[in-house]
Ligand binder design. Structure first.
Ligand code: PLP
Length: 400
């Protein structure tokens, strides 16, 4: 199996699975219980929070543990705005953000807020000149990612923090750090944001666990109510098992961050060069400056869903676009970009991982070299006929 869809989700590290098994047996008690087993569960939580805080450069009490980044983002955006109506009713984001951000902003629109969307530059990033102008109007919140999950575009957060400081110090800053964590050298220490969202399953921890960093002193209005855990901001029994696993995955990833980055950069260069050298039209949609972990590329004339299934038939897994776009057939990110319509409708997102080898990248290039011309030159394919060159390849009903 050659899995190139790590941006969507990752396989947990072996050590994380071992920790899961160990903690599931040992810390099953409710961490709020006052007996010894409850205390032990609470200790695992506190230790994990401390470790995560040290790794990311904040304090343990600045974490809210969530079920994943979607929840973190919703709590950050809705919770901060509802708790601070005095900041005004203006939010700034970018149309290429993850749906969790865009939909949370939509909800605020229904509550009477206005949402300003930054333009997309020719390089595929949000227009920070426009952000500079908008900051003069003192918006309540700016919410943007650190790395775009479809193209890998890296957003210059140091610049955003600096602009906020000089133009509108009261504006809250939320960074969706999901695709930066343990991939690029991302740390909260020194960045001076107010809120930051993280997800476990993107960094080889299990699904169902995420983090929200909340700058000390910043009050959030809860989205859910109950037993008052986590300072009442996020009620619900905490899960020491998943949190212990998250800390383990974070530690492993951080310990090999720069070595991983060097390796992935080299794989990315190889993939870019290989794709550009293919003897048919291709377009690379991720700028050179993008995170090397994500490469968005188009094969005009080929339906990307068909190509994904063809490759999967050979055990090679790539994505068309974000898995969490609710099944939308077009990418809302590519739609915003200044690229040809053909490129927008024929894109693949290839994710790289430190565990990939050069041989795997060669295998992917070789499969693309075979499949793209086959699918391109098979006009019947749109009517659902299976090309003879594709053993075991069937077209699903919805693609006919
Ligand atoms: N933000 C970004 C940039 C993402 O890539 C994702 C996941 O695809 C999310 C948020 C949502 O994360 P989760 O799956 O943990 O809810």
């Amino acid at each position: 199996m050659h899995y190139f869809d790590q941006t969507a989700s990752t396989l947990p590290y072996e050590a994380v699975l071992a920790r899961y098994s160990e903690l599931s047996r040992t810390v099953f008690a409710n961490p709020s219980a006052i007996h010894r087993l409850g205390y032990q569960a609470e200790q695992v939580i506190q230790q994990a929070l401390k470790e995560l805080a040290d790794l990311l450069g904040c304090q343990a009490r600045e974490w809210i543990v969530t079920s994943g980044a979607t929840e973190s983002i919703n709590l950050a955006v809705l919770g901060s705005m509802r708790a601070h109506p005095n900041l005004g009713r203006n939010i700034v984001t970018w149309a290429c953000e993850h749906k969790a951000t865009l939909e949370a902003c939509e909800q605020l629109k229904r509550e009477g807020y206005t949402v300003s969307l930054l333009r997309t530059t020719a390089e595929g990033g949000p227009d920070l000149e426009q952000l500079q102008e908008l900051l003069r109007d003192k918006p309540a919140l700016v919410t943007l990612s650190a790395v775009n999950n479809e193209t890998g575009v890296v957003i210059d957060w140091k610049r955003i923090v600096q602009m906020r400081k000089t133009l509108s110090p009261r504006t809250l800053l939320h960074v969706d750090a999901v695709q930066a964590w343990n991939k690029l050298p991302f740390r909260l220490g020194g960045l001076a944001v107010d809120l930051a969202s993280f997800s476990g399953h993107k960094i080889h921890a299990p699904k169902g666990i995420g983090l929200l960093y909340v700058r000390k002193g910043l009050i959030l209005q809860p989205l859910q109510f109950g037993g008052g855990q986590q300072g009442g901001v996020r009620s619900g029994t905490e899960n020491p098992v998943l949190l212990g696993c998250l800390a383990e995955a974070a530690r492993i990833g951080a310990s090999r961050l720069s070595e991983s980055l060097t390796h992935v950069r080299s794989l990315n260069r190889k993939l870019r060069a290989g794709i550009s050298a293919l003897p048919f039209v291709t377009a690379i949609n991720s700028p050179e400056s993008a995170s090397p972990y994500i490469l968005n590329v188009s094969f005009p004339g080929v339906r990307p869903e068909t190509l994904v299934h063809a490759l999967a038939g050979e055990g090679i897994y790539v994505a068309t676009h974000a898995a969490c776009s609710g099944g939308a057939s077009r990418s809302h990110v590519l739609d915003e970009m200044q690229i040809l319509e053909e490129a927008k409708t024929s894109a693949l997102r290839i994710s790289l991982d430190p565990d990939h080898t050069e041989e795997e990248v060669d295998g992917l290039l070789e499969a693309l070299a075979r499949w793209v011309p086959t699918l391109y030159s098979a006009p019947d394919l749109t009517r659902g006929r299976v090309p003879e060159t594709s053993p075991g390849f069937t077209i699903r009903e919805e693609e006919r």
